[in-house]
Design a protein around this ligand. Structure first.
Ligand SMILES: Cc1cc2nc3c(=O)[nH]c(=O)nc-3n(C[C@H](O)[C@H](O)[C@H](O)COP(=O)(O)OP(=O)(O)OC[C@H]3O[C@@H](n4cnc5c(N)ncnc54)[C@H](O)[C@@H]3O)c2cc1C
Length: 417
């Protein structure tokens, strides 16, 4: 079979790999995008909550509050659950996450990610216009509901801090919540309304629309197993289903599976995962949900997707490949039914995904230090939909010798020694 030749192989066609492929292509590179699935956007990028979170300037760090920690330790918090059996697997990573979450280090992470977050929506807007899919971006912003005065006060103070970095929004009382979301029922202390973030009602569809743009412009999509990556004739080779692909450079953008490639190459990078679930439900009668709504104290989110109302859960710590245990989803369902008029489930079973996370909640973007022509672009944690295109730009600028729009140093893998 003929060998396909290109300048760059991008491994992984999630939002991150597709974002990198498009930005490399824009800079004149001949790119082959490779995924084990027939279609792009079928991994983690399929099942997220659809938020382009340009207002999320503080990453999700490990809590320091004793009461909250105790709830987590006892597995009582709806936002986070862990598998006791898998604890030995992820405990060392959890310890690193805890230390990386001290107030000064958490602030360092936030400031490191700020240029990416601030540019995230702009990059999506440009690609959405080019891909001609304006219907995949809704400008509704989103709502975070709080049921107790204490949690609302915490959120209000976080919001005040975020304002210093340009975040806009408002605190809503129950009347204002009802005006925005007339179909919600419940006692709320208040809500934070963030108008700026974009909402994508079909995140997997957006990755596919970006991939269609990439192939329309001459890019090639290959089904293949990234684990076959090997160094060959001064570059890199991957075996695809319909033949091999070779290129001078390769980008690892395999999200939570990136270790399957960097591990065998001898890199020890603390990539952890936070699992999460979703299920779609039909709205009852004519009920309409106008924004994605986070029921903060109860640890789940409802998002008005094209397929139905998508209920997404918080974080589950368990092995990536351990069987699904959608306990949080089962607990959230009856609560969600009291919040919004929900009917039958649309999906036969819950979807499960894994947020790819480094302990400092900053992605790894840049050169693989010990292999010429190899680049890393993974670890986009809770914000991979948001950051895929903007980190694609940064990586492509680095790879093509352009001046990067942001200092890439904080994202270098060398920070892990
Ligand atoms: C419940 C939940 C809610 C979320 N909500 C949001 C949100 O609202 N906003 C936001 O910005 N982010 C959100 N996220 C996070 C976001 O979904 C991820 O950060 C993002 O999808 C990661 O993208 P990725 O391209 O790195 O990984 P993926 O989308 O997982 O892509 C990796 C690709 O690699 C491919 N692959 C794996 N192994 C191989 C192999 N051996 N060979 C070839 N290909 C392979 C997979 O098929 C996949 O297509 C959420 C995540 C979850 C779980």
């Amino acid at each position: 079979m003929a060998e396909l030749k290109a300048d760059v192989l991008v491994l992984g066609a999630g939002m991150v790999g597709v974002g990198a492929a498009l930005h490399l292509q824009k800079r004149g590179r001949n790119v082959i995008l490779i995924d084990r699935n027939e279609l792009a956007g079928e991994g983690t990028s399929f099942g997220n909550a659809g938020l382009i979170e340009c207002a999320s300037v503080f990453p999700y760090m490990f809590p320091r509050d004793f009461g909250q920690l105790l709830q987590y330790a006892l597995n009582l918090a709806p936002q986070v659950r862990y598998s006791f059996a898998d604890l030995p697997t992820f405990l060392p990573w959890l310890a690193r996450y805890y230390f990386a979450s001290s107030p000064d280090r958490a602030l360092r992470s936030a400031l490191a990610e700020l240029p990416l977050i601030q540019r995230s929506l702009i990059e999506h807007e440009a690609l959405i216009a080019e891909a001609k899919v304006p219907e995949l971006l809704r400008r509704t912003g989103w709502l975070k509901l709080f049921r107790s005065d204490a949690t609302l006060a915490n959120a209000a103070s976080d919001f005040e801090r975020a304002r210093q970095y340009g975040v806009v929004g408002e605190i809503l009382d129950s009347k204002a919540i009802a005006a925005r979301e007339p179909n919600l029922t419940g006692e709320f202390a208040g809500a934070v309304y963030l108008p700026a973030p974009g909402f994508v009602p079909d995140p997997g569809g957006l990755a596919k629309a970006y991939t269609a743009l990439f192939t329309r412009k001459g890019g090639r999509f290959l089904v293949g197993d990234a684990r076959t990556l090997e160094q060959a004739s001064g570059g890199w080779r991957v075996n695809g289903r319909d033949g091999a692909a070779v290129a001078r450079e390769a980008v690892v953008a395999l999200g939570p599976w990136s270790d399957l490639v960097f591990g065998p190459l001898g890199y020890s990078i603390p990539l952890g995962i936070k699992r999460g679930y979703h299920l779609h439900l039909a709205p009852r009668g004519n009920a309409v949900l106008n924004h994605p709504v986070l029921d903060s104290d109860r640890g789940y989110l409802l998002a008005p997707m094209n397929r139905g109302i998508r209920l997404t859960t918080g974080v589950e710590f368990a092995r990536r490949d351990a069987p699904a245990t959608p306990v949080q989803l089962e607990r959230a369902l009856p609560r969600a039914h009291t919040l919004f008029p929900l009917g039958e489930a649309i999906d036969a079973k819950p979807w499960m995904g894994a947020r790819p996370c480094l302990p400092d909640m900053i992605p790894v973007i840049g050169r693989a230090p010990r292999h010429a022509g190899l680049w890393f672009d993974f670890g986009h944690q809770h914000h991979g939909l948001t950051l895929g295109p903007v980190t694609g730009r940064l990586l492509a600028e680095m790879m093509t010798g352009e001046t990067p729009f942001a200092d890439p140093k904080p994202y270098a893998v060398e920070r892990f020694g």
